[in-house]
Design a binder for this molecule. Structure first.
Ligand code: NDP
Ligand code: X2W
Length: 337
């Protein structure tokens, strides 16, 4: 058994990951932490999430000095389900203890400090670790994830976009024009902390972050192609749906597009729907990426859906942890090959 500690376990992605780890046959959920000042410290996760009574009657411990010693002695894998800046500071501490770190934040996903300044609003203090971090997009970088000390688990919107677009890019079917990605996310994407924009009475359906969202450089980096990415906040709890407009190179046929997607055909967590288009309903509370597409001439519209807390966060983190442990990446996600 590998011992796992989760930092930020009271949050939406942390609690989702705690649930997956607690049910996993090869992992043991050793400790769950919140900040030292947290109003939730010493509560049980199941007090915050009563649906997990019995499974997650585990205390949320404050991340104080004693906690660091506890982690050093008792933990193999440390999962950071914390804000980017918190993760940036915590990851090196655990890496120096020799732990394998799985960071669900964006703190180690980009390589260019200028992008951190532009899109995250801070200068990255740990260039060395930034260089060593491995991007955690499980279906695409499995071997590198297996060997990595620090895995920067892929972002939620990028997970959907990259799985939808990398097959086309790999087959060299995309023209030089930017790919247009319109995305809608449920409100859990904004985290559990109270916030006016995610307040019940304020949420409707609205775009945000035009040209400035931090997932633009993340998608561009791992796609190697320019994108125009516009996220929207929708009035539902969980799930992401992206409608993606691709201008194909001249004379690309539907057979070529269909063939390009076959690169993902044997992946248990990817469901190729072709002309049967994906929906949030089909992926909510599920670990899958659903991808559908339709083509007219050299215009291709790809529709992709994921659950933001599973494939977009905790599910993908578990896939990376499985890879690191030498297990099938989909173990513990209710799947068999
Ligand atoms: N929600 C989503 O769909 C996705 C989220 N992510 C990323 O995962 C990370 C967590 O997101 P999410 O679960 O939504 O966030 P939440 O706001 O729901 O949870 C954040 C957690 O971090 C804890 N925390 C805050 N400050 C500290 C600290 N200094 N030390 C230890 N724990 C701390 C919080 O508890 P407390 O404040 O009480 O201490 C809480 O448990 C973020 O980086 C986010 O970008 C990635 C993909 C998708
Ligand atoms: C709806 C909403 O607010 N979504 C978040 C993205 C989710 C997230 O936490 O982003 P990472 O995947 O980069 O960690 C946002 O746009 O900032």
């Amino acid at each position: 058994m590998l011992n796992v500690s989760i930092i930020g376990a009271s949050g939406y992605s942390g609690a989702e990951l705690a649930k997956l780890v607690a049910r996993h046959p090869e992992f043991s959920l050793t400790h769950c932490f919140v900040s030292e000042q947290s109003t939730d410290k010493h509560k049980l996760i199941s007090e915050l999430y009563p649906e997990h009574t019995g499974l997650l009657d585990i205390e949320l411990e404050p991340l104080n000095q004693q906690a660091f010693s506890l982690i050093e002695q008792s933990t193999d894998y440390v999962c950071l389900c914390t804000d980017h800046k918190v993760s940036v500071e915590l990851a090196p501490v655990f890496l120096q203890m020799g732990k394998r770190v799985f960071d669900l934040s964006g703190g180690y996903r980009l390589s260019d400090n200028e992008d951190y300044e532009t899109y995250y609003g801070f200068s990255h203090p740990y260039q060395d670790w930034l260089t060593q971090a491995q991007y955690g997009l499980a279906e695409w970088y499995g071997d590198a994830i297996k060997a990595a000390k620090l895995v920067a688990v892929a972002g939620c919107y990028p997970t959907a976009a990259l799985n939808a677009l990398k097959p086309l890019q790999q087959a060299d079917l995309i023209s030089a024009q930017p790919v247009i990605i319109n995305a809608v996310s449920g409100v859990t994407g904004a985290g559990r902390k109270a916030n006016v924009t995610s307040h019940f009475c304020e949420v409707s359906l609205a775009p945000y972050g035009l040209f400035t969202h931090r997932h633009t450089p993340e998608i561009e980096k791992y796609l190697s192609h320019p994108v125009l990415f516009t996220p929207h906040l929708g009035n539902f709890k969980r799930g992401i749906l992206e409608t993606i407009y691709v201008t194909l190179k001249e004379n690309v046929t539907t057979n070529q597009v269909d063939a390009a997607y076959q690169v993902l055909a044997d992946e248990p967590l990817i469901r190729l729907k072709a002309s049967q288009l994906p929906s949030i309903k089909a992926v909510e509370n599920q670990p899958f990426v659903d991808i559908g597409w339709q083509q007219k001439g050299n215009q291709l519209i790809v529709v992709v859906a994921i659950d933001n807390l599973l494939k977009g966060a905790a599910g993908q983190a578990l896939q990376c942890m499985n890879l690191a442990a030498g297990l099938d990446h989909y173990q513990g996600l209710g799947m068999s090959a």
